[in-house]
Design a binder for this molecule. Sequence first.
Ligand code: CP
Length: 308
Amino acid sequence: MKLSTQHLLGIKDLTKEDISLFLDTATQFKEVLQRPVKKVPSLRDVTIVNLFYENSTRTRISFELAEKRLSADTINFTASGSSVAKGETLLDTVNNILSMKVDMVVMRHSASGAPHFLAQHVPAAIINAGDGVNEHPTQGLLDAFSIREKLGKLAGVKVAIIGDIMHSRVAMSNIYLLKKMGAEVTVCGPPTLIPKYIREAFNVNVSYNVEEALNWCDVANVLRIQLERQNQVLFSSLREYNLSYGISRKLLDRLKKEVVIMHPGPINRGVELDSDVADSGHSIILQQVENGVAVRMAVLYLLSNRNN
Ligand code: CP
């Protein structure tokens, strides 16, 4: 089977078959990662640049590790310390890097649409590692992989996405993916952090009551408040946010059911998630991070055309 796309710019562009192919291939790579020798030669002689214009811990390390496990050659570029500070444009930077015979570009950028722009102007395969408030497709894939691994399916699973929906590329990629794969989605948070159009545009439920959302769902994907993307005051204080929307042990104990807790990271402990939940048996947060490597191996492998 082949993907319908040359790039991974967003889940929005993928078919249901593309998503299943990514997840099934990731299952095979997860098996490789359990072996004593975790390296395969699949991307030998493929050169990949990791181009990070915005901070990252998990995504950058995960891509780098996935590339090494596949035997690719990798270059890491961060905007700080580069000639971007001297005024070089994104296109000039990438064209200069590509002239050194680079095959694939993994890019994180604070501007929504930056990877789409690159894909129109350069011949390499582009993988979006998070663009502004638009999408974070590999996070969406690894979240889905983790849900499927935990619950055995995606179709019919009830997922509550809780927090700053307005500024979250993770929320967007999760919504696109879960709806395409037949899951049910409720978004939950303060009214000021949920776009007014979301119910009609994406066919999701909206709740402003976190206990109601938790009692409804099988899985809660809890999101960070993206203060760096907010240019106005959208709620009174982090303390009040925690009192109204934070997930605490006390709140989980009041529920009539078990809920799987997910978080893409980085966690702001004591704001959206208390430590006794983040570190509890309800949480699969570190499994998400582990699965991220297998999912990114699948993405790199399938987009490299080495599987033909
Ligand atoms: N989940 C995620 O994108 O984390 P980083 O910002 O640390 O990459």
